[in-house]
Design a protein around this ligand. Structure first.
Ligand SMILES: *[C@@H]1O[C@H](CO)[C@@H](O)[C@H](O)[C@H]1NC(C)=O
Ligand SMILES: *[C@@H]1O[C@H](CO)[C@@H](O)[C@H](O)[C@H]1NC(C)=O
Ligand SMILES: *[C@@H]1O[C@H](CO)[C@@H](O)[C@H](O)[C@H]1NC(C)=O
Length: 484
């Protein structure tokens, strides 16, 4: 009898323990089991999550004559500056695990907690800001898609005078250009000039003191800073801290770092669940995304006119090249002796800010209302979504088409991340070259960045006035000594 009772009792005990587990880990949201996690992470979004895999459409009666591309480098490792804070995630992880295992205050589901327990930072100083394996895969894919999408432009094989490659001084843009070019032509004997310091074309903002001064000024990012103090963000801090078992609120800087790690993890390993993403709800990830969008809106988008202005060298480059090509094709149609000197492909490899400034100068993804810290709710349907505009390996591709028949004018097709750009005045991505030239020609012709040096003048004025103050102090001490 006693024996049976014990059996019953132990069975009850097991059931009870199980119920306890259910109670602790039961119907909780589990990021690990989510089949449809939120993967839009602003400028740290993986290219795979955004790009359009469909093949480009043929343009009837036309053939591609030139492709002009501006690409952001592929997925990268954290920069030196980011590395320190990311390493601080190790003690934070231990604290969160402690919150769950010894104090049972944590509210992550069991698999999410276990994933976090096993997490380690797998990157080091030596590889700071270089491409990751996924980044190399992205660029390879981009190169081979370019080749299969526009075979006629690359059929003849590589010639130095027919293809232009350019990258910034960073290792990651250099490597991106090399991998892309290699895939495009099937070999690596391609002339890619070394990056130029403060490249005024593909990195105009780094040669602009006026812009740098604005970005160092607190007012430059006022809306972003105010959003960081907003109700939404404070509520996020509270919710995340509570979920992770803290009795106090984590700082927003810590949240930034956790978010960065989540985004990196997810862009390095597309199919793995990042334990740091598990710390946030979908709604919270959207709040953090808006925070990033606001930041880039003011750093490289419509938030400041200077950002738009800085996009003009690239517009000018594209317009000038298309004009030269259009003229050559026109001349060729009139006389039989066809000159044929223009390049078939122009490929630039640069950074988020250069791409965003170019998009802003073109008028892509502009919202009617300026984005501010107060309208997170109403801005949910915003055009300005950096997840869409500038993920890793983001690329704007403009294809110039030569069209046959008496009336047909040249056409230009516009793709962003392989998706046709719904450009105003065009038919879903396809624009009459004449229309585009009327619209962008004046921007190209009036492109003038001399204002960039005003800032430099300002800076030297500052030094000058400091010297004046010093002199004044010097003389006043001198005179006060004399008077004594
Ligand atoms: C930087 O800007 C100055 C003045 O606008 C210009 O003269 C110079 O050529 C630019 N440098 C580069 C590398 O483009
Ligand atoms: C935080 O939690 C509260 C209560 O569940 C919820 O109403 C609020 O929207 C959450 N905040 C964020 C930013 O998700
Ligand atoms: C955390 O922040 C929220 C929102 O600002 C606040 O209401 C709450 O009192 C804070 N909690 C602690 C423990 O300070």
């Amino acid at each position: 009898m006693f024996c049976i009772n014990l059996k019953k009792y132990s069975l009850l005990l097991v059931l009870f323990a199980f119920a306890q587990l259910q109670f602790i880990y039961g119907d909780r949201y589990c990021y690990n089991n989510d089949q449809d996690p939120y993967i839009r992470f602003a400028t740290k979004t993986a290219y795979n999550f955004v790009f359009d895999e469909k093949d480009p459409e043929e343009v009837p009666g036309c053939e591609p004559a030139q492709v002009w591309m501006l690409a952001r480098h592929g997925t990268r490792n954290p920069s030196k500056d980011e590395l320190g804070p990311l390493q601080e995630l190790n003690p934070l992880r231990d604290q969160i695990i402690k919150n769950h295992e010894t104090r049972t205050d944590g509210r992550l589901c069991y698999p999410d907690k276990e994933n976090l327990k096993n997490w380690q930072l797998r990157t080091g100083k030596t590889i700071a800001a270089t491409l990751t394996k996924q980044g190399r895969t992205d660029m390879s894919l981009l190169g081979s898609r370019m080749r299969t999408n526009f075979p006629s432009l690359f059929r003849e094989g590589y010639r130095e005078d027919r293809y232009v490659f350019r990258h910034t001084q960073k290792e990651r843009t250099k490597e991106s250009a090399e991998i892309f070019a290699n895939k495009l032509f099937g070999h690596d004997k391609i002339v890619i000039p070394p990056g130029i310091k403060n490249d005024g074309l593909i990195r105009s903002y780094s040669n602009c003191t006026t812009w740098e001064d604005l970005m160092e000024n607190k007012d430059g990012f006022k809306e972003y800073e105010l959003f960081r103090e907003s109700e939404e963000v404070q509520s996020l801090l509270k919710n995340v801290s509570y979920r992770l078992g803290f009795k106090y609120n984590l700082t927003l800087d810590k949240i930034d770092t956790m978010y960065d790690m989540c985004r990196y993890d997810k862009s390095w390993n597309l199919n793995e669940a990042s334990p740091w993403c598990a710390c946030f709800s979908k709604e919270e990830l959207k709040v953090l995304e808006y925070m990033q969008d606001l930041r880039y809106y003011y750093e490289a988008g419509y938030g400041h006119d200077i950002n738009i202005k800085l996009g003009c060298p690239l517009v000018k480059d594209m317009v000038d090249r298309f004009r030269a090509l259009a003229k050559e094709l026109e001349d060729g149609k009139r006389s039989s002796g066809t000159r044929n000197e223009q390049p078939r492909g122009i490929f630039y490899f640069t950074h988020t800010k250069a791409l965003l400034m170019l998009l802003a100068r073109l008028g892509i993804a502009e919202d009617e209302q300026k984005l501010t810290h107060t309208d997170y709710r109403s801005a949910r349907e915003r055009e300005w979504q950096t997840s869409q505009l500038s993920p890793f390996s983001a690329n704007l591709v403009m294809v110039f088409y030569n069209c046959h028949g008496s009336q047909r004018e040249p056409q230009v097709m516009m793709y962003l991340q392989g998706r046709k750009v719904n450009y105003k005045g065009c038919r879903v991505g396809l624009c009459n070259w004449k229309y585009l030239e009327d619209k962008l020609g004046p921007i190209a012709d009036k492109c003038d960045l001399s204002f960039c040096e005003d800032g430099a003048g300002g800076a030297s004025n500052l030094v000058f006035s400091q010297i004046l103050v010093l002199l004044a102090v010097f003389f006043s001490t001198l005179s006060s000594r004399f008077l004594r």
